[in-house]
Design a protein around this ligand. Structure first.
Ligand SMILES: Cc1cc2nc3c(=O)[nH]c(=O)nc-3n(C[C@H](O)[C@H](O)[C@H](O)COP(=O)(O)OP(=O)(O)OC[C@H]3O[C@@H](n4cnc5c(N)ncnc54)[C@H](O)[C@@H]3O)c2cc1C
Ligand SMILES: *[C@@H]1O[C@H](CO)[C@@H](O)[C@H](O)[C@H]1NC(C)=O
Ligand SMILES: *[C@@H]1O[C@H](CO)[C@@H](O)[C@H](O)[C@H]1NC(C)=O
Ligand SMILES: *[C@@H]1O[C@H](CO)[C@@H](O)[C@H](O)[C@H]1NC(C)=O
Ligand SMILES: *[C@@H]1O[C@H](CO)[C@@H](O)[C@H](O)[C@H]1NC(C)=O
Ligand SMILES: *[C@@H]1O[C@H](CO)[C@@H](O)[C@H](O)[C@H]1NC(C)=O
Length: 530
């Protein structure tokens, strides 16, 4: 199918959908307090004076950036980092920051953990709203609304995965969060969709949301839920961070905790052709096993490159050690008949947190350039040979692969009306392709690597053109990001964006509405079509 349907559907989707409060799709005004088509940049006459920053600092705590990788005694360099940050402690800090940015035409950035792979939580010449210290956590044993009655957890915008898991664990419940303990939960993670060890059992992060407190682009602190500002609630549940407002808190469903089985495995071989055939055979067997655990809540991730899968993990909620061993037995037999070196270690844990903490956490931040695509179940099963061939081509080309193998269930969360990329609903494997950064190579090689990532993305797109890519772990240069990251939701999301942020104060690369702005090579952010 050729993909040119977005403009055609703009009108249709703008007006449809139960969550829409008004049937008019507003236009962005793009109004800023300046006649310039660009945000003011350090060094420009319009850049706020030291005195103005000082005035802001007198009422809100502001921090000035320096490159953290430079020696402490060297002169302060900023580069692509934000210029100043407000250390947010209350919603009023956010409102003041938005007002300051608008009044002075300064680029604004929302920053939580800074984990975003696409650099959406940074920006040259900007003021950031740093939400890290909004750490309140409240357990609500009996949350009651028309849509949901049960336990819930309310988390401040700065709460990180492990903090939420630990608070939930103390109350005998679990919440859906990322595989990395330091990823924020209410920021980019849930707002962008959020895949999880628990997704096969409870659904995606964005499927768990009950309400948000959020400061809109107009500087109003409001609630967004199934009954208040419903369109904003819809958009914040999967439609991307840094777009509609600054979330200050989020309330999500909590689920009863349960024991969990964990299998840690690895296999390797040498890299001659005959050995590699065996390697791909073992990998194919592993992939074909996956649909067998999807319906039983299972999840796994695999890290591999040519000739080696040094780390794979399976998590089986409410699976026993025996269940898991029986499930993996045919694979073990295959590995043995292929004569591959392997390891498999199955353990059982009394709770989600215990299982989570047993893991050797592998993923690092900012260690590689990466891209990826969601591979549907139908592709694995019905286009098996093509799928295997594409994997082989990319691996032989030198990629580091990371797969999230799970199918996000709709059984628990129901079929939530939210803005999650529809491709997630068919997902079997979310595949990430990466090339590690190498500090000793030339810049030109880095650019070559960037192109290679986009090329591999093209192979995956040809394999599963109907699918999409996960906005939080994607190639920043993904062609046609509107379709690939947001699917049919894009037009409707743009309406919500324009309604709650009419001045377009929130910008982040590949966010909804971001194509109205272009960052020039010097870092300056200017209107695309002045
Ligand atoms: C090591 C590692 C492991 C990961 N594992 C997983 C995983 O298991 N599952 C998964 O789905 N993803 C995973 N990710 C990706 C992760 O979801 C994204 O990096 C996500 O953007 C992080 O959100 P954050 O708020 O922590 O980070 P930030 O970089 O601070 O923010 C990310 C984006 O959200 C915006 N944002 C932040 N806070 C707010 C707010 N309060 N209101 C509005 N916008 C806000 C920012 O402006 C930015 O656009 C992982 C990332 C890393 C680095
Ligand atoms: C903000 O004020 C504090 C003291 O009140 C000062 O130490 C700090 O340097 C100021 N920061 C900036 C960026 O002006
Ligand atoms: C930011 O504010 C918090 C209080 O909310 C404080 O504990 C922390 O030290 C501040 N951070 C910096 C870098 O000043
Ligand atoms: C959201 O609603 C709750 C409950 O009605 C209320 O206590 C809270 O103040 C509201 N928050 C905002 C930002 O309006
Ligand atoms: C198996 O995993 C458990 C839990 O992570 C660990 O304590 C144990 O040492 C592992 N055993 C082997 C043989 O690797
Ligand atoms: C980095 O690149 C250099 C030069 O091309 C190479 O010798 C080295 O092995 C690379 N390092 C890593 C970790 O890939």
């Amino acid at each position: 199918m050729r993909i040119s349907f977005l403009p055609a559907l703009l009108g249709v989707f703008a007006l449809s959908g139960a969550a829409q409060t008004s049937d008019k799709c507003p236009q962005a005004t793009g109004a800023v307090a300046s006649h310039s088509n660009c945000r003011c940049f350090p060094g420009d006459p319009c850049w706020p004076s030291t005195q103005k920053w000082g005035e802001l600092n007198a009422t809100r705590q502001i921090l000035e950036s320096c490159d953290p990788f430079m020696p402490v005694d060297s002169p302060c360099q900023v580069g692509a980092y934000v210029r100043y940050a407000i250390n947010v402690t209350e919603p009023a800090d956010i409102i003041a920051g938005i007002e300051f940015a608008k009044k002075n035409n300064v680029r604004l950035v929302i920053r939580n953990t800074g984990h975003d792979f696409l650099g959406k939580s940074s920006g040259p010449g900007s003021l950031s709203l740093w939400t890290h210290h909004l750490k309140d956590i409240e357990y609500i044993p009996e949350y009651k609304s028309e849509a949901y009655h049960g336990p819930a957890l309310k988390v401040g915008a700065g709460v990180q995965g492990i903090e939420a898991f630990t608070a939930a664990d103390k109350n005998g419940v679990v919440v859906v969060g990322g595989v990395c303990p330091s990823v924020g939960i209410a920021g980019g993670y849930t707002q962008g969709g959020g895949h999880s060890i628990l997704m096969g059992k409870y659904g995606l992060g964005a499927d768990q949301t009950l309400e948000f407190e959020v400061v809109t682009g107009e500087g109003k602190h409001v609630n967004a839920s199934k009954t208040e500002n419903t369109d904003l609630y819809w958009a914040l549940s999967g439609g991307g961070g840094s777009t509609y407002g600054v979330v200050t808190s989020m309330t999500v469903k909590a689920h009863k905790d349960a024991p969990m089985a964990v299998a840690e495995y690895s296999f390797r071989t040498s890299t001659d052709d005959a050995s590699m055939d065996k390697f791909y055979d073992a990998l194919d067997f592993l992939h074909q096993m996956a649909p067998g655990y999807f319906d039983r809540g299972g999840y796994s991730f695999n890290i591999y490159s040519k000739g080696s899968l040094p780390l794979g993990y399976f998590f089986g909620p409410e699976w026993t050690k025996e269940d898991t061993a029986a499930f993996f037995q045919p694979w073990v037999e295959r590995l043995e008949s292929l004569g591959l070196q392997y390891s498999l270690n199955i353990t059982e844990h009394p709770s989600h947190l215990a299982a989570y903490n047993s893991m050797n956490n592998p993923e690092t931040i900012g260690a590689s350039q990466s891209g990826g695509r969601i591979i549907p179940k139908g592709t694995i099963l019905n286009k098996r040979a093509q799928f295997n061939q594409v994997i082989k081509n990319i691996v032989e080309d030198g990629a580091d692969m990371l797969e999230i193998v799970a199918h996000p269930t709709l059984e628990v969360a129901g079929n939530p009306d939210n803005a999650v990329l529809p491709a997630w609903r068919d997902s079997a494997i979310f595949l990430i392709v990466a090339i590690p950064f190498n500090d000793t190579v030339e810049w030109s090689q880095m650019l070559e690597d960037q192109k290679t990532i986009t090329k591999w993305g093209g192979l995956l797109r040809e394999l599963a053109p109907e699918s999409g890519a996960y906005m939080n772990e994607a190639d920043a240069n993904e062609p046609n990001f509107k379709r690939e990251f947001y699917g049919k939701n894009y037009a409707r999301l743009l309406c919500v964006k324009n309604r709650y942020d009419p001045a377009g104060i929130f910008y982040a690369l590949t966010a909804v509405g971001s194509d109205a702005w272009t960052q020039s090579p010097d870092g300056r952010l200017c209107k695309t079509n002045p």
